[in-house]
Ligand binder design. Structure first.
Ligand code: MTE
Length: 318
């Protein structure tokens, strides 16, 4: 996300250390061959192989349904957006050491038959966890392929028994300025808020994630519980959730409140609707330095989700 930062350094340009180190290797490899452009593909392959070794063994042969390979554990856990810990991509990994995700309670409220305070263990206990490889496409036009670990949000919602007045689900991130140094500044209105329409929330692709790479979520990725909606821009994936409310009206989500010209409620990945300051047609699949991938409508999940938006003007409802 890009907001309230020096205009000459868009955050999408900030490079994680791993990529930076590898970029030096890449530049060195490219320089060896004077033919430059002709050798670049080989150099790039070497560079990508390097990264592949950081994928834990159990996951090494895992691919997305489009046969994409996974991003490394290092990419996934060191290149993050989590403004509660700072606005730079490496801030969440650096500044989240004091955050304490256990014990944890989730407060459920609004239009449902089972409101209350739930210990995390009670939220999780009845559910069967599974690995799900999803593309994460950030609005800043970078992307990763990540093996999340979690369970369908729909299963939790059914247990909470929303009533017929529940049209949307609203999520809130915990507020703990002592443990979350980014919350001591008003970069955003805290708490971070996100929401889904009920049919989006009940879609089988929508995941409550508790882990990544089969392990508990590190703090920087949203421990202990976060949302993943793979056909939407990454900012819908709210982290460290401590409130779930069933509401009648469309919630005011944080980025829309912060800048409604640039961010909407729906946030469906859409190569045909540009962000006001850049194109969304292509994306930079980390660790690449280039926009080397075409962005797919609904992030490639169109067959499963396009029907949710039939009849809607997606240039208006972005
Ligand atoms: N959740 C909270 N609470 N605060 C944030 O700043 N950033 C969002 C989303 N969830 C954010 C958040 C954005 S912009 C993205 S792209 C994803 O988290 C990044 O998730 P990742 O760091 O696990 O890849």
């Amino acid at each position: 996300m890009v907001i309230r930062r020096p205009p000459d350094i868009p955050s999408s340009e900030i490079t994680p250390e791993g990529v930076y180190v590898n970029r030096r290797k890449f530049i060195a490899a490219a320089a060896i061959g004077a033919a430059g452009a002709a050798l670049a593909p080989r150099a790039l392959r070497a560079f990508e192989d390097d990264v592949d070794q950081e994928v834990p063994a159990r996951f090494r042969n895992m691919r997305s349904e489009l046969d994409e390979r996974l991003n490394s554990y290092r990419d996934v856990t060191t290149y993050n957006n989590f403004y509660e810990f700072g606005t730079d991509k490496d801030d969440p990994a650096k500044n989240s050491g004091d955050f304490n995700p256990r014990p944890w309670t989730v407060t459920v409220g609004g239009h449902c038959n089972r409101p209350g305070e739930y210990a995390l263990e009670d939220i999780l206990r009845p559910h069967t966890m599974e690995d799900r490889v999803y593309r994460l496409r950030c609005v800043e036009a970078w992307s990763m392929v990540i093996p999340w670990y979690g369970f369908p949000l729909a299963d939790l919602i059914r247990r909470l028994e929303p009533t017929s007045n529940a049209n949307f689900v609203m999520f809130r991130t915990v507020v703990r300025p002592q443990e979350m140094p980014g919350q001591r500044a008003r970069v955003l209105d805290w708490p971070y808020i996100e929401g889904l329409r009920m049919d989006e929330a009940m879609h089988p692709l929508t995941l409550m994630a508790t882990g990544v790479y089969g392990m508990d979520l590190p703090n920087q990725n949203g421990a202990p519980l976060r949302l993943i909606v793979p056909w939407k821009y990454g900012f819908k994936g709210i982290k460290s959730i401590d409130h779930i409310d069933f509401v009648e009206e469309m919630p005011d989500n944080t980025w829309k409140v912060s800048n409604s010209r640039e961010y909407g409620f729906y946030a469906n990945v859409n190569p045909n609707v540009d962000h006001p300051r850049w194109s969304q047609a292509r994306e930079r699949r980390l660790p690449s330095l280039f926009r080397n991938h075409e962005t797919l409508m609904f992030n490639g999940y169109g067959e499963q989700v396009a029907h949710l938006y039939s009849g809607m003007d997606l240039t208006r409802w972005y």
